[in-house]
Design a protein around this ligand. Structure first.
Ligand code: BTN
Length: 246
């Protein structure tokens, strides 16, 4: 991964550029990195705050030969890669909140957005967007983010080289991706579960169709969250916002 790196100064969104390059036939592993995003995209149509030269704002193009319903697995692979990279470069212990938030002290340090270009039965390309808050200070955050977002430097008490983080992250992601193509999702699932905060806990999953309250049992082979409600019924949740009980 990362043999082709496009490094941009200021863009709308690295996802947008990645979609265009993928459509034009960019090779697997192409990476787009920006210093600043003017309209960074988050999940569920939200915005992603991406100020200049403080974070890693990056999109990676992959072309795995898997059916579209398995695409969420790539999000989980990426989350494991980010945790491993942060652990290698700091003594921090980030945790994963299903599906794709990476937290430190309960606050969000990384978000992952996976988007597809696919036919009915085949993925043409998968664009993984990774936003890591690296060197922001608390004062850099708008008020509405101060309680929910953090950065590596806030948690670590010193700045971290973004170039170094990108290098280690791409190496981890490449290793995990190869493991996945070789051995399937199971070894990744075990790693993911070892970093997950939500498993075994009571939580509320807010989905488009309503809320489910219950205990998180784990994830399926496809990376789908299983929640057991008080009547013992197990729900499969594909996409939701998760709120953990305190
Ligand atoms: C989330 O909502 O948690 C996902 C946030 C993903 C942000 C990254 S930053 C790089 C890439 N480009 C974007 O516009 N979004 C993703």
């Amino acid at each position: 991964l990362g043999r082709q790196i496009h490094h941009e100064e200021s863009v709308d969104s690295t996802q947008k550029i990645a979609h265009r390059l993928a459509y034009e036939g960019a090779q697997e592993g192409t990476v787009i990195i920006a210093e600043e995003q003017l309209s960074g995209r988050g999940r569920m149509d939200r915005r992603w705050h991406s100020p200049k030269s403080t974070g890693v704002w990056m999109s990676v193009i992959l072309r795995p030969n898997i059916p579209p319903p398995k695409a969420p697995q790539l999000t989980l692979i990426t989350a494991v890669a980010v945790v491993q990279a942060i652990e290698e470069l700091t003594d921090l212990t980030p945790q994963i909140k299903w599906p794709n938030d990476i937290l430190m002290n309960g606050k969000k340090v990384t978000g992952i957005l996976t988007e597809l270009q696919a036919d009915a039965d085949r993925i043409i390309s998968i664009i993984i967007g990774i936003g890591i808050n690296v060197n922001q200070e608390l004062d850099d955050y708008p008020d509405e983010l101060k309680d929910i977002a953090t950065s590596i430097s806030i948690e670590k008490g010193e700045k971290l080289s973004r170039a170094e983080l990108i290098r280690v992250l791409l190496a981890k992601l490449e290793n995990l991706y190869k493991l996945y193509l070789d051995k399937g999702f199971y070894p990744i699932k075990l790693l993911w579960e070892s970093y997950a905060v939500s498993i075994g806990k009571n939580l509320t999953a807010r989905t488009i169709t309503g809320s489910i309250y219950g205990k998180a049992l784990g994830i399926t082979e496809d990376g789908v969250l299983m929640i057991e409600d008080s009547s013992g019924k197990v729900h499969h949740v594909y996409s939701a916002d998760i709120e953990l009980d305190v």
